[in-house]
Design a protein around this ligand. Structure first.
Ligand code: GAL
Length: 682
């Protein structure tokens, strides 16, 4: 089963809220959308009360009228289940459905995402409303697909209600069988935390220093993921009974404490994503610094898109930012500059989106989001966004054949959900991942080396690794034996794997087995970690590698080769100066490298060039660092997508005749990408 959107052309959509506007406006809205190139509307995700005004009183006339109008006009619809905003009658009558803050105080009605996903009555009421909606609209010809819920785990990804504790106990009983096994796995012998009755166990509650048992906290996150998947599967199973053949099921992500590989497997046909690149320009944020994030700004959204691609190789964007943003209370942002909305849509497409739906048609004139600007302002006049949309209409039509082509990367940076969840509660290894992944992304961006993220899921096989020349496992602390075995096979066949500090020092429960680090990867890298130390963020510790000094930030490990070699040695005023800091071992046709620190951008660049993976398209294109190159391929045809995130024209050289699909014009020799410009060269 492949979890990809299957469209035969690039498609534009928009998020529309029929319930926010007078019904007399609908027709004019649909006409304006269609004229501007929108062929799909997403509707209904927050509209529970429009279907069930009071408990059990179902009425489907409102959206029926909208769907019928859409059908007449030729507009396609993605219909949503409304479970992210349960109505006031529900939470008043059944307060046990509410989520809670850690101290048990209930999260009240008035915002969104206020319920838990475990209380039996909530699950029953959700199942019923989904059954009614899908039963009623499932066969409607305007519908082409379904979105379950909205951004699950976005407003919060932690759950502390009584219902969650009850369900957590059941999960633990099922997983561990006996209290003895649970106590063993959770290391409760430490600080006298042993349980003698299941009823003594709760989801994490407030503790001194906000430091609950880390193993149980990790287990709680696995439980939240299982629960979220079960909540979605319940809805998907209902929709599947009623949907027309070919209609898809998706949701908009990507948020915390959900294993999206599982979610896809059990509930979805593919994932969609909500892309808001302007967060990089948030006012009052700390984004103007010299880190890769500060420098790359909106280009960093490519990293999130790589994560989406790791879930579905081709995907959709359910909400693509079209205006400046912010709630009345938070997230203040400036307006996108002329050209940026178009650029960001192409950024999504460059990374694998075949469907781009904008948030939102018209800015809402009531509620918390009056500043989240849509394509149209609330005064309803034409806008420069509408003009940019028309440009995209024409460009996506000319480049329609891009649909179904695949982002082509030779480098993959791997992630592992349990390691991430464990890292949220571990200030030693947790923060390393963000630093290293960002630096690998930055190094790949400036070297014009397309890069994927890759999920180290349980069902990962050799065929998923085969397309890559280089795998980077930044700091997979909870590296499973099985994955290490797979990596060994990959290396034997000629692959190259690079590990970072703290690899493999924990087991699946976050405990530290009595064995040398990097545990299951020790044999592959030919050595072990003797000692480690945290170093300050501004530390200048380095290793000498390939004849030069390369920074080794955050956490330094002193390594001891066994049958591997010391490829780099510490260059520092610290006590480990001169000792091994980077190891290498060849196995079969490939090799593994172990770097005893977080990855600096310089380290990532040095290793990219060592692996011969810098500027892989140099024979075709000479590009300045601040142009992004994304490559999508279909069979033998390669699409080179050039994106200029700056407000200045950027010169480049194109060797060999190519055509810009967006204009139909030839491109050869000295060329220029305009400010915020995009080209699709093939
Ligand atoms: C998304 C959400 C939308 C809207 C938008 C702008 O996270 O799905 O409903 O809130 O952000 O804030």
């Amino acid at each position: 089963m492949e979890y990809s959107i299957h469209l035969d052309r690039l498609t534009l959509g928009v998020c529309y809220y029929p319930e926010h506007w007078p019904e007399s406006l609908w027709e004019q809205d649909l006409d304006r959308m269609l004229e501007a190139g929108i062929s799909v509307c997403r509707i209904g995700e927050f509209a529970w009360s429009k279907f069930e005004r009071t408990e059990g009183a179902f009425d489907f006339s409102f959206f029926q009228r909208f769907l019928d109008l859409a059908q007449r006009k030729g507009m396609k619809v993605i219909f949503c289940t409304p479970t992210a905003t349960p109505p006031a009658w529900l939470t008043e009558k059944y307060p046990e459905t509410l989520n809670a803050f850690p101290d048990g105080t209930l999260v009240r009605h008035g915002m969104r995402c206020h319920c838990n996903h475990t209380s039996p009555v909530f699950l029953k009421l959700c199942a019923r409303v989904v059954e009614e909606i899908a039963g009623h609209y499932g066969s409607h010809p305007a519908i082409i697909g379904w979105q379950i819920d909205n951004e699950i785990n976005c407003e919060t990804n932690m759950f502390y209600s009584e219902a969650d504790s009850v369900a957590f106990r059941a999960y633990l009983k099922d997983k561990f069988g006996t209290l003895e096994a649970l106590n063993q796995a959770m290391g409760t012998v430490f600080w006298n935390q042993e349980y003698t009755d299941w009823e003594e166990i709760f989801v994490a509650r407030p503790t001194l220093a906000n430091s609950p048992n880390p193993h149980l906290l990790l287990e709680q996150k696995k439980f939240i993921s299982e629960n979220s998947v079960a909540f979605f599967k319940m809805q998907a199973d209902i929709i599947k009974k009623y949907r027309k053949p070919g209609d898809f099921i998706t949701t908009n992500g990507v948020f915390g404490h959900i294993d999206y590989q599982d979610l896809n497997r059990w509930a979805l046909d593919f994932i969609t994503y909500d892309s808001y690149p302007n967060f990089a320009y948030s006012l009052g944020g700390a984004n103007g610094n010299a880190s890769a994030f500060g420098r790359l700004r909106d280009r960093v959204s490519g990293l999130s898109l790589a994560r989406v691609r790791s879930i579905s190789p081709n995907f959709g964007i359910m909400e693509q930012q079209s205006g400046g943003g912010g709630w009345q209370t938070r997230m203040p942002q400036p307006a996108p500059r002329p050209g940026q909305m178009r650029l960001w849509a192409w950024q999504s497409i460059a990374h694998g989106a075949d469907f781009v739906s904008f948030f939102r048609w018209r800015t809402c004139n009531v509620g918390m989001e009056i500043y989240w600007n849509g394509i149209l302002p609330w005064d309803n006049r034409d806008s420069r966004q509408l003009e940019e949309l028309r440009v995209l209409r024409d460009e996506t039509a000319r480049a329609a054949e891009l649909a179904g082509s695949r982002y082509a990367a030779k480098v993959a940076v791997c992630y592992h959900y349990p390691t991430q969840w464990d890292g949220e509660g571990d200030i030693f290894h947790g923060p390393l991942e963000g630093v290293s992944v960002m630096n690998w992304f930055a190094a790949c961006q400036v070297a014009h080396t397309p890069m994927d993220l890759l999920c180290l899921g349980e069902d990962l096989g050799l065929e998923a690794l085969a397309p890559y020349d280089l795998l980077v496992l930044p700091h997979i602390a909870l590296l499973p034996e099985k994955t290490a075995g797979l990596l060994k096979e990959y290396v034997e066949r000629g692959g190259r794997v690079i590990f970072g500090a703290r690899t493999g020092f924990k087991d699946e429960f976050g405990r530290c087995p009595m064995r040398p680090t990097p545990g299951p990867a020790a044999e592959l890298v030919g050595g072990t970690v003797r000692e480690y130390t945290l170093v300050p963020e501004d530390s200048r510790t380095a290793v000498v590698l390939f004849g030069r000094s390369v920074p080794m930030p955050r956490l330094n490990e002193i390594l001891e080769p066994e049958d591997g070699e010391a490829l780099g040695r510490w260059y520092t005023r610290e006590f480990y100066d001169g000792q091994p800091g980077v190891l290498r071992k060849r196995t079969g046709k490939g090799e593994a490298i172990y770097v005893g620190a977080a990855f600096s951008e310089e380290m990532a660049s040095a290793l990219l060039s060592y692996a011969g993976l810098e500027e892989p398209y140099a024979q075709w294109l000479d590009l300045p660092q601040d142009i992004e190159l994304a490559v999508r391929k279909k069979g033998d045809r390669a699409y080179h997508i050039l994106l200029n995130y700056t407000d200045a024209p950027r010169p480049f050289t194109c060797h060999g005749p190519m055509t810009d699909l967006l204009t139909g014009l030839p491109c050869e020799g000295e060329a220029e990408l305009p400010p915020y410009g995009v080209m699709v060269l093939a």
